[in-house]
Design a protein around this ligand. Sequence first.
Ligand code: F6P
Length: 554
Amino acid sequence: MAYYQHPLDVTSLPAWQALRQHREAMQDFSMREAFNSDDKRFNEFSLSSCGLFLDYSKNLITTETRDLLVKLAEEVGLKDAISEMVNGTLVNASEGRPALHTALRRPVGERLTVNGVNVMPDVHRVLNQMTELVTRIHNGLWRGYTEKPITDVVNIGIGGSFLGPQLVSEALLPYAQRGVRCHYLANIDGSEFHELSEGLKAETTLFIVSSKSFNTLETLKNAQAARSWYLAQGGSEGDLYKHFIAVSSNRDAAVAFGIREENIFPMWDWVGGRYSLWSAIGLPIALAIGMANFKELLSGAYSMDQHFQTAPFEKNMPVLLALLGVWYGNFWDAQSHAILPYDHYLRNITKHLQQLDMESNGKSVRQDGSAVTCETGPVIWGGVGCNGQHAYHQLLHQGTQLIPADFIVPVVSYNPVADHHQWLYANCLSQSQALMLGKTRDEAETELRSKGLPEEEVERLAPHKVIPGNRPSNTLAMERISPRRLGGLVALYEHKVFVQSVVWGINAFDQWGVELGKELGKGVYQRLTGGNEQPAEDASTQGLIDYFRARHRG
Ligand code: F6P
């Protein structure tokens, strides 16, 4: 099978050059004026798909900008790249793998051949295996070593084996099934294990060791700690299988840990960790919300996959979001992008999108190994509104950096309290409005004068009150969060990230950068624990090792 080939360096393409010139022409573009002079701007720059409504009218764009960006997508061969990804080309060339998370949401009856094998029966077999487990646990048929039903499920996993499942199971809390609580254990920090295990009983707890590689330090250490805790609580080696299951593509390692073959849910190397919540890595989601809702989640993502593959680029939500990111990152020097969910249940989406985007597109070489010639993935950050308004939004409004933001907000709350939701929604809208409108010097002065301040005070204070405005944002609204809409929302961002990787010519599906720290970690550990008395490679690290060794107890 051929490795994925990327066309020319994107910066040499005609559309890139045209965008450069267009950027110059846009230097004095004012969103305020654009709205004032065009009453169709909102309609022109908004669209609906998969239960999501995207307003991207508060951006530094005209229809010409969009046309040029779409042209760029065409020139990089995005259409072919999308079809190569969903059809199993080795788009992850450095690892020699396809990236087929979209296969995980395909309905029964579809075919997808990878290396001559139709993988779809396997995908649906694992879904059936998940259904069986979920049904047994929900019906109290899966019992612990004292014959009591399982009440608590602890997912032991990190990165993609944690962030996606945690986001979805917590975002869909209104769909939670009674009787089973889901917990997450990710970090190697003993305090996390301590705090969690305090509230659990071994006899009614099921641990899911969730690791594609079954080789991740934090997960293996936590799995061992959980096993020791289970044995110390009264569980026996013989009953271990009632309390430990695994999701992994490394069956042998899971068996060596002590997990029974029939309790290992397979994964495939064609699913990347940060794209894996749709696979058996999503077991804690299915246990939290039930299998029917899990399938709704898949079908929401599938609808977004269809939209992504078929909608023309100028009406294609993931493509538009991606191109807007390229516009700001490559032509307006934006270094970061804020994700601002205005919903308590979606509070973890920023963390998931951070891994999805930064681990995928934090790359400096292109698929062919040559250095990139433009900026690639931005820093993704943010958090839940309104809280952020009282923390970091100040920098969004008056800081020196241009930081595009995505506001995500449902119209209907699951928990209406008085008029709180109207205020929450109002705050979301007023933030994007303030970012866009800002406050001019004239407006600031008028406001100060209206308070009766003397002219010298007006002069002194006005500069501080000026808000530059013209700061871009997208708003993604939806009626309310449901499994289907959430599936579409997460898939939307997966595809956005992929489109950007195609534009930049990088591989969104490897993550070699995280390996070096893991390798060096072993050497540092040896030196901390006396297993290696050779000095560390550098004096700073050695100094910090000495600091630890002089003080560490326990
Ligand atoms: O360290 C990075 C990483 O490989 C992520 O890409 C992945 O999601 C995470 O570690 C966990 O990996 P695993 O599921 O193999 O334990």
